[in-house]
Design a protein. Sequence first.
Length: 340
Amino acid sequence: MKEQEVLLEVKKLSIAFRQKKQRVPIVHHISFSIQKGETLGIVGESGCGKSITSMSLMGLNHQTETTGDIQFEGQNLLTLSEKQWRKVRGNDISMIFQEPMTSLNPLMTIGKQMTEALFTHQTISPKEAKTNAIHLLQTVGLKQAESLLKKYPHELSGGMRQRVMIAMAMLCHPKLMIADEPTTALDVTIQAQILRLLKKLNEEMNTAILFITHDLGVVRQICQRVMIMYAGRIVEEGTVDRIFQKPQHPYTKGLFASVPSFKEKKEKLVSISGHVPKPGTIQACCQFAPRCPYQMPQCLEKEPPLQSIEPEHRVACFLMKGGENTDSPTTTSESTDKAL
Ligand SMILES: Nc1ncnc2c1ncn2[C@@H]1O[C@H](COP(=O)(O)OP(=O)(O)OP(=O)(O)O)[C@@H](O)[C@H]1O
Ligand SMILES: [Mg+2]
């Protein structure tokens, strides 16, 4: 087994917005780590804080109040100046988004964008930069790489743009790549190709990947570990093998029950009734309690801490006191509020 070495350690990260002089907390005291070369998935309903958590790892949460500690190779990223961030961003940590046009410049050729990114971080000749760019475009499966360098983003298909964005994110061989729903906008065949590509880059270049998705199937394909988020909290975290075999938190169980491929054929597909609490309406209790089929009085009195129930499995639920939660959820609401 590969020896584990921590690459990124997030401790008690909290993120809040200021709106009309009000502080609106979004992410609350989350702690997690990523090992070198590891693939970690973040799953959770829309609005639970996945993207703003990942933005804070890129120093892009300018409008927020962010507290806690993000240790990356011995430095706390939250204390970096913008100048220091420029050395980390795109070099040690890079990011790919759902929509490649958000990170590609429409007015610049692919070649210019790739070589300029290389010049920012490396002392390199124009010829070497071009060779590196061509090599990377080939690595991400793009043919006729040399002629691609002369093209503008709008001249490429969606799948090609996504590959170019991955190539750009890989330019400086980052230690961590954050992928925020990178395949959601693509059709299924292209999606599978992009996932295979990311897995290949992870294995061959030992790039750790933080993979944000709504899709549990994608998590199973690409991730070693997964974190389930709910209303700005981590409610469950563990190895993919373990979580897929023995999900413990009622919310995680609900997620699995709401995805057709993870249900026994004869069982009815369920959705979790109720809604995620709106930012600004968070109470000091278990955030999932109002929707939880196992709600107990204490769930409405305080927040359950995220606790280890196995060495590689953490759950934030008062049901865990007596060991594993082996019940199946009883919620069979016909609610249209889908779990995912
Ligand atoms: N600039 C902002 N000002 C105020 N609130 C914001 C801002 N950006 C995001 N939020 C709020 O923060 C919460 C978390 O947003 P985030 O984008 O991280 O969610 P997400 O989990 O990535 O959702 P999705 O799956 O839809 O991408 C949401 O409730 C959102 O409305
Ligand atoms: Mg998002």
